[in-house]
Design a protein around this ligand. Structure first.
Ligand SMILES: C[S@@+](CC[C@H](N)C(=O)[O-])C[C@H]1O[C@@H](n2cnc3c(N)ncnc32)[C@H](O)[C@@H]1O
Length: 268
């Protein structure tokens, strides 16, 4: 069972990893090297989010702020939050002048503790799998959304990611067991991995469904985005199955009692 203190220690460790990777990660994105981010994930997330006109949006785990900025082109306001101060510094430097865009260095859990349910839309691109407690992350996201508000998030597809990425030897990979993985962050179109290996938490797809329902969300759609036809050949190699899963879920109109579940190894 992961205690609150262990969870905080993991969150600090993950903030440190992304702090050390921030400069290189923002360079990759600024140079259009992350094809998945630019051409698969961001378009799918924005499509599922629907019109953002007049809406108050939060981008959780906003990193360098590229999705945050894209959302701000139509939304009334967008707040990007990230546990890495370095990421937030980069995001502010690049996009900080936009009047309807702001960034804060904080965790979603901390932010939720001081926020009423004021957001219409919560976005989280490839960040939820970095959070040691899925239940606490989703309950936090649910608590800042207005009833009927929408959460759209992407994760590495738990059923196929390890086959594609081989972060763990296939003989020892246990799909059913939630577990931490420390692996280099690599993207297809950049030969160099990011400087520091980073931690993420593998969870079976069913665990996401269970945690979403438990946190008070109704699942509206799950998309397994395909690579667009104009993808570079190098990128398409091995894309015969989905790499990502993108969920669109809606905060139930009536809050009800929620008891976060924990799993035997403490990771939920
Ligand atoms: C893989 S990066 C993705 C960043 C960005 N969404 C993008 O698409 O480029 C994940 C980010 O989530 C942040 N993160 C991890 N746990 C978090 C938490 N509990 N609250 C807020 N941000 C978190 C990390 O610091 C990191 O910058």
């Amino acid at each position: 069972m992961t205690t609150a203190r262990q969870e905080q220690r993991l969150v600090r460790e993950i903030a440190r990893e992304w702090g050390q990777n921030a400069a290189e990660r923002c360079r990759q994105l600024a140079n259009g090297l992350d094809f998945s981010h630019d051409s698969v994930l961001v378009p799918t997330i924005l499509q599922l989010a629907g019109t953002l006109r007049g809406k108050k949006v939060i981008d959780v785990g906003c990193g360098c702020g590229f999705l945050t900025e894209a959302a701000s082109r139509t939304a009334a306001s967008v707040l990007g939050v990230d546990i890495s101060h370095e990421m937030i510094t980069h995001a502010r430097r690049r996009f900080g002048k936009r009047p309807n865009l702001s960034f804060e260095a904080t965790s979603i859990q901390e932010r939720a503790g001081m926020t009423k349910p004021v957001f219409d839309v919560c976005l989280a691109n490839m960040s939820l799998m970095l959070m040691p407690s899925l239940d606490s992350a989703l309950v936090s996201m649910r608590s800042i959304l207005k009833p009927g508000g929408r959460l759209v998030f992407s994760i590495p597809h738990p059923c196929t990611w390890n086959t594609f990425r081989r972060d763990e030897p296939s003989e020892s990979f246990d799909y059913w067991e939630s577990h931490a993985v420390v692996a280099p962050f690599r993207i297809t179109l950049d030969p160099k991995p990011l400087p520091v290996a980073s931690t993420f938490f593998h969870r079976a797809l069913g665990k996401y469904v269970e945690a979403l329902v438990g946190a008070g969300f109704r699942i509206e759609s799950l998309i397994e985005p395909n690579a667009p036809r104009n993808s570079p050949p190098k990128y398409l190699k091995g894309f015969s199955y989905p790499r990502f899963a993108v969920f669109s879920v809606v905060a139930n109109m009536f809050d009800r009692e929620r008891r976060p579940r924990r799993h035997s190894n403490g990771l939920s």
